[in-house]
Write a protein that binds this ligand. Structure first.
Ligand code: FE2
Length: 171
């Protein structure tokens, strides 16, 4: 009984931290949406991608809340804040995106390991989808970053934005 309670407390903390990470990603992608669509940057297709992305992060956050309600755990809602939003370039926005996706992946694996160690197979199975999603996202953002780095001139950036939709197909 003791062990069960101890794992429940640990699971609440780990899932609450993952909830914070998903909500942070939402907040960051919302700031990326704002940046890409501002008057100086004006990259509407990439901005639209970030709009979809921040909605996707909200769906990930909702998934954690729904799971916790299903198994009778109550999340802690942690504070959110962005250190800064004065991005210098699209390359920087994609670098940060990739960094945050990698951090999220690390925490998902930490959660997974702990659930496995404690024989919480329902949680492992729930996290499977999150693991697969992160693997795809990391490759996706790595591709965007490489392509953004290739754009040296204004017209190349204009073209990148115009072609962006064809790059956003998930595989
Ligand atoms: Fe996510």
């Amino acid at each position: 009984m003791e062990g069960k309670k101890k794992w429940e407390d640990e699971a609440v903390e780990l899932l609450s931290e993952q909830l914070r990470i998903e909500n942070f990603a939402f907040y960051f992608y919302q700031s990326a949406y704002q940046y890409c669509n501002n008057r100086e940057i004006a990259l509407p297709s990439i901005a639209n991608f970030f709009y979809k992305q921040y909605n996707e992060e909200l769906t990930h956050a909702k998934g954690i809340i729904d799971y916790m309600n299903q198994v009778g755990l109550r999340p802690n809602f942690k504070p959110l804040s962005l250190d800064r939003t004065d991005y210098k370039s699209l390359v920087e926005v994609f670098e940060l995106s990739l960094e945050y996706e990698e951090e999220s992946y690390k925490h998902i694996l930490k959660l997974y390991r702990a659930a496995d160690k404690n024989h919480d197979y329902a949680l492992c199975q729930f996290m499977d989808e999150y693991v697969a999603e992160q693997v795809k996202s990391i490759k996706e953002f790595s591709d965007y970053l490489q392509n953004a780095k290739r754009c040296a001139k204004g017209f190349e950036m204009f073209n990148f934005d115009a072609e962006f939709k064809s790059l956003t197909k998930k595989y």
